[in-house]
Design a protein around this ligand. Sequence first.
Ligand code: HEM
Length: 473
Amino acid sequence: MSKSLQLYFAFSLAMLLLALFFGAVAAFAFLYPEFYNKYLPFYQLRPMHVSSALFWIISGATAGILFYKKAAFDTTNSQPRVEKTFIYLWMGTVVVVFIFYAFKKFGGREYWEFPPFLGLAILAAWLFLMYSYYTSWTKRKKKPPLYVWMWSTGILFFLITFIEQNLYQLTWFRQSFLREITVQWKSNGAMVGAWNQMIYGTSLYIMVKMSGDEQIARGRKTYFFYFLGLTNLMFNWGHHIYNVPGASWIRHVSYAISMTEWLILISIIQGFKAKLTEQRKYRHLLSYRFLIASEYWILLNLLLALFMSIPAVNRYTHGTHITVAHAMGATIGINTMILLASIGYIIKIDRLNVARKKYITIGFITSQASLLVFWLSLITAGILKGYRDVALHITPFQEMMRPVISVLHVFAIAGVVLFAGMALIVFNYIKALAQMKPTHEKRFAKNEGLIGLNPILNNSSKTGNVKPIVKPT
Ligand code: HEM
């Protein structure tokens, strides 16, 4: 792996640590404002936490794609300079974002609350990524497997949704508050669809490699799911604009659509589990566990989402901590677990020494258990708040929040344990990453059946008769 890409993986893991750290501090800042307001107020910690969480997800997904593309396409590394430019421009901009946050210089919009001119650097970096990815993509196999479609779609739609999110720079969008907020929330919702395409594509890729069966990423059913995912990307944002006055059918249709996205992933994981032999499972046991954990979190989030979508329930829960449980349940339970499976697969966590594997296993169990408590306490806090506000009409805020605050203490403590569990995983990942040899990427690509490095496959690639070959790793 090139030094730059290695650094980029470490950077994305550092973002995960920062997200956990700022999240844990933010939870206490919410509970003890009189103390934290003097040093690090909640209004400063929240954007720091949410931005680092988003940068973790997007950096982790793109680092994986940059790594896998060399094995997935017939190329070792086309455009290494462009790739490097993307990596350093992206990382540099993110560092500057946090410097601005540290000096309380805000200015953007929800989730991207840094001064808007930094968005230009993010945009430029993304264009470099696109150039690097799509030039490799031109060397793809004739009928690329589904994960290639998913990566390509996710990368393109991130650009579209990012531009859409910045449309508020144009006066016309700011002239009406409703217009601006609708476009904001819509683009945020669609952007989640874009990074889900990148992340779900990545999970599909490693499932293919672990099982040795490329059919998981091919076939009619799989492509039907791709189009369902694309429909999600384009239309599921409707449930992000619930608070904006609009036709109710839009909400109902989009909510129904957004539920299907998770069904897609569950179905793909089920297909993968059915094809995975015991022997292969044990060869990739730790990565496999992260992947399967994401499946359980999909199920739990699906249940919560269905519950939230019942109008009588939504009346109580809207805008409470249940919405936060929904957001963090998905970004931690699903996205983060898949990304940890992916990075773990790249750095070969299953071949690390016994002590390191033991620490990762302890970290895994701790984070799963604490995440469950964390998530359930947010839901409980949401139900309590909704009930006391809407059903009991308790108006003095302090009085309404009294039992909610007790539950939020449980949430904050579970968050600290989650931070500790995940830090154990991240620390061992970074150590393993640092010990990787520069030849790792070439060997990896060769094992994955990279055509350019394999003379036998090289010939067949020229005739265009390449059969999907997946070698055991
Ligand atoms: C991988 C780790 C994490 C990710 C990806 C993540 C992601 C997110 C996201 C996307 C939001 C915005 C939710 C919304 O707008 O509704 C959020 C909010 C928040 N998170 Fe996290 N989070 C993580 C870990 C944590 C931890 C460990 C804590 C500690 C208790 C925490 C505490 C919070 C708090 C207090 C908020 C603000 C909630 C509010 O505004 O009411 N997060 N997080």
